[in-house]
Design a binder for this molecule. Structure first.
Ligand code: NAD
Ligand code: IPM
Ligand code: MN
Length: 351
């Protein structure tokens, strides 16, 4: 049998709750054909408060050796002052994305049959956001002076390199070729002119190599309008790190809820393990109650299996999720565990 050397970072809050179910479903989906060797890493806000470690060099090196990483969610309550400044998010999650060169953050949205969208007439929602993952304002090279004085100056700098923009744009065009052949660049070229020009010129240049792909451009603010009024117009959206973060929470919401939105942080070169995680966070408001929806984590596990060369297992999970979602409308709310068990049972039927 083949083996998958999997690193698991359950994280904080609902992270461990949803990851438990994702692993149950994953084991059911691979059956005997694949041996999943799990190594669990107890990283996150709780681990930091207990041990002082956010992410040591040794742990980072060890994580880099796996075939893939499955992550629940990390971070504490945004109102907890001991964790202010996003030390866990930046020191752990973003550090992993940067160190492992996760320059493609792939975030699909699909309104599954039977799932109710908050939109009155959602239409056929099936698009993917290709969010740049290693640049933009996320690099953290801003700075502040005269802090706390009336003359404070606080700068966050968005970094956009020709190399970084081109590689993610190329990935997005390839994705569009595989899909409905439409690509929308989302930016704010009317204000952020330097970065905007680089993104637009890069898209124009790569577009010449993909005559089949229809190319569109939208300002990010107008994108918010169309995600609500006409989300069916989108196929592949390519955008920078920060716009992509914001766009994908709205995408999750219109696609039936943040509890089912999955993502992959990819290094398409394969030089580093890719990392799969729900779009949502640790949800401190519902943590510990066993009511978080594990579907986003389960679909992230499916993305992981597809990316690591196990498309049949991925498909079994996606079919099972689809069946489970279709049965939900009007039914009683179920626990995290009940949803996981029901999807795992459906997966076994397809095996
Ligand atoms: P959040 O996504 O954790 O929660 C937003 C809202 O969505 C909450 O009301 C929550 O209860 C709900 N929700 C989220 N996931 C759900 C699920 N699976 N089922 C049902 N409801 C769900 O966002 P937040 O409150 O802004 O962030 C909480 C913490 O998580 C912060 O520390 C933040 O930095 C961190 N965070 C981490 C990640 C990650 O690890 N990838 C992503 C986003 C936020
Ligand atoms: C996400 C999260 C992260 C991001 C935070 C927690 C750093 O919101 O994965 O969408 O901004 O990328
Ligand atoms: Mn986000």
């Amino acid at each position: 049998t083949r083996t998958l050397d999997l690193a698991v970072i359950p994280g904080d809050g609902i992270g461990p709750e949803v990851i438990g179910e994702a692993l149950t479903v994953m084991r059911a989906a691979v059956g005997e054909s694949l041996e999943v060797r799990e190594t669990h890493y107890p990283l996150g806000a709780s681990h930091y408060l207990a041990t002082g470690e956010i992410l040591s060099d040794d742990t980072l090196a060890a994580l880099g050796q796996h075939d893939a990483i499955l992550l629940g969610a990390v971070g504490g309550d945004p109102r907890d002052p001991t964790l202010a400044g996003g030390i866990i998010e930046r020191g752990l999650l973003l550090k992993l994305r940067f160190a492992l060169d996760h320059h493609v953050n792939l975030r699909p949205t699909r309104l599954y049959p039977g799932v109710s969208s908050p939109l009155a007439s959602p239409g056929d929602i099936d698009f993917v956001v290709v969010r740049e993952g290693t640049e933009g304002p996320y690099v953290g090279n801003g700075g502040a002076i005269r802090v706390g004085t009336p003359h404070e100056v606080a700068n966050e700098t968005s970094v956009n390199t020709a190399y970084g923009v081109e590689r993610v744009v190329r990935f997005a065009f390839a994705e569009a070729e595989r899909r409905r052949k439409k690509l929308t660049l989302v930016h704010k070229t009317n204000v952020l002119v330097h970065a905007g020009s680089l993104w637009q010129r890069t898209v124009d240049r790569v577009a010449a190599e993909h005559p089949e792909v229809r190319v569109d451009y939208l300002h990010v603010d107008a994108t918010m309008i169309f995600l609500v009024t006409d989300p069916a117009r989108f196929d592949v959206i390519v955008t920078d790190n920060l716009f992509g973060d914001i766009v994908t929470d709205l995408a999750g919401a219109v696609g039936g809820g943040i509890g089912i939105a999955a993502s992959g942080n990819l290094d398409p070169s394969g030089a580093h393990p890719s990392m799969f995680e729900p779009v949502h966070g640790s949800a401190p408001d519902i943590a510990g109650r066993g009511i978080a929806d594990p579907t986003a984590a389960i679909l992230s596990a499916a993305l992981l299996l597809r990316h690591t060369g196990h498309p049949e297992a991925a498909e079994r999970i996606e079919r099972a999720v689809e069946a489970d979602l279709a049965s939900r409308s009007g039914a009683e709310a179920r626990s995290t565990e009940a949803i996981g068990a029901s999807i795992a049972a459906a997966v076994r039927q397809y095996s």
